[in-house]
Design a protein around this ligand. Structure first.
Ligand SMILES: Cc1cc2nc3c(=O)[nH]c(=O)nc-3n(C[C@H](O)[C@H](O)[C@H](O)COP(=O)(O)O)c2cc1C
Length: 170
């Protein structure tokens, strides 16, 4: 699949088959994330593949309603970045770089016929959630990537027309 097709046809999936993404594929996807652009080559991203014990801890931290949502996909990867709070410009760049890495992983998964979903989980900003996934002080979670095999076609959510978001300056 070429890059443009991958970008246009990737969708957010919320229903998955039961099989986890195998270790080799998962490793290849996270390695792909590492090639996202990052200013000063800070490599700010951190990936944590959540095993069953970590998932149970996170479920306990989010509570019953959130716990059900964590069962949607068989493979969960928490993506975070290493913060530099005393340098807000660098911190912003590193946040964006980590987001780019997350997107690269989703695109790579889609290109391999896998389904994916980027979910932000509020409790990861709280002590209980951070502890559940072993997030050290100085790292900020940007989401949990849900990965697995697709179960259904997804509708295509509309985007605002290009004209609404584009300005050519003189
Ligand atoms: C940073 C980020 C966080 C997101 N968090 C959530 C989320 O918490 N829950 C959710 O349902 N979708 C979440 N999404 C997915 C968007 O809802 C989804 O991308 C959007 O509906 C467009 O659909 P598409 O991905 O199929 O194009 C998130 C996407 C991004 C980029």
């Amino acid at each position: 699949m070429d890059v443009e097709t991958a970008i246009r046809t990737r969708r957010t999936h919320k229903a998955y088959g039961p099989d986890p993404v195998d270790r080799a594929t998962l490793t290849a996807l996270l390695d792909l994330g590492r090639w996202a652009p990052n200013h000063h080559l800070t490599n700010p991203w951190r990936f944590r593949v959540l095993g069953p014990v970590a998932v149970e801890r996170l479920k306990a931290a989010v509570g019953p309603e959130g716990a059900t949502k964590l069962d949607r996909a068989p493979t969960l990867v928490a993506v975070s970045y290493v913060r530099t709070p005393d340098d807000p410009a660098a911190d912003e760049e590193d946040l964006l770089a980590a987001g780019s890495a997350a997107y690269a992983i989703l695109l790579g998964a889609h290109a391999r016929g896998l389904a994916g979903y980027w979910r932000t989980i509020g409790v990861l900003n709280e002590e209980a959630g951070r502890a559940a996934i072993g997030l050290p002080e100085g790292e900020h979670a940007i989401g949990v990537l849900h990965l697995g095999t697709p179960r259904q076609e997804q509708r295509v959510p509309e985007r605002a027309p290009l004209a609404d978001v584009l300005t050519f300056l003189d």
